[in-house]
Design a protein around this ligand. Sequence first.
Ligand SMILES: Nc1ncnc2c1ncn2[C@@H]1O[C@H](COP(=O)(O)OP(=O)(O)OP(=O)(O)O)[C@@H](O)[C@H]1O
Length: 239
Amino acid sequence: MSLLSIRGITQRFGGVTALTDVSLDVEEGTIHGLIGPNGAGKTTLINIVSGLVRPTEGTLSFNGRENGPWPMAHAVTLGIVRTYQQTRVFMGLTARENLRIAHVAGAGDANAEDLIDALDLGSSLDRVAGELPYATLRRLSLALALGLRPKLLLLDEPAVGLAPDEIARMAEVIRHFHGQGLTVFLVEHNMRFLMELASRVSVFDRGRLLFEGTPEAAQGNPEVIEAYLGRGLKKHAGN
Ligand SMILES: Nc1ncnc2c1ncn2[C@@H]1O[C@H](COP(=O)(O)OP(=O)(O)OP(=O)(O)O)[C@@H](O)[C@H]1O
């Protein structure tokens, strides 16, 4: 069943058309990848689904009932939560204080303990966020999003800037919460990371949906290879 339906979305910013007539479905319980070259419109789509940007044209629906576009506050109440390419936490507060703001109450709450354990934040709780290593900050910002108990989590390049061991840890975290029923819409340039996680991928090129299918089919599609993956994917496929 489709959890999120995107229909006929076009987004213009003045003279720039960032998205042209994009339609796609994110099935409930899946990890759905979104790839494409720089400027293809991936973040713009995340901005629209999360309610940060109102599309020029087109509609959204969630759970077959709620019809959008919707403002961000409403998206969160529906269970649609996003992360950002740049880490967004309160740098002057401790990790624990950040988590409190995201309603991750702390001791006694099984979900909060699971979140802190799964994201390996236990030893960082009383440290000021601004002093935490980058990888821990990325996990903290993911915890803030997960603390809102999303049904659909929109991840905008969660692996960006991370070392290989931290990328593996991030993949484990995503798998953990996916295993608990979370649906994930994942924008990512790191192909290995995405291909290992996603069961379906949509490929954008210059604001249009170029391809949709399994990661394996994407890797073998000449148009996809030509548009985006190029030598990077051939290298990946050959590994
Ligand atoms: N607020 C805005 N005003 C004007 N143009 C914008 C705005 N937001 C995005 N764009 C333009 O829309 C196009 C799509 O940008 P977007 O950030 O969605 O691409 P992307 O696929 O996420 O790229 P990247 O992989 O580099 O993050 C680009 O040409 C971008 O410059």
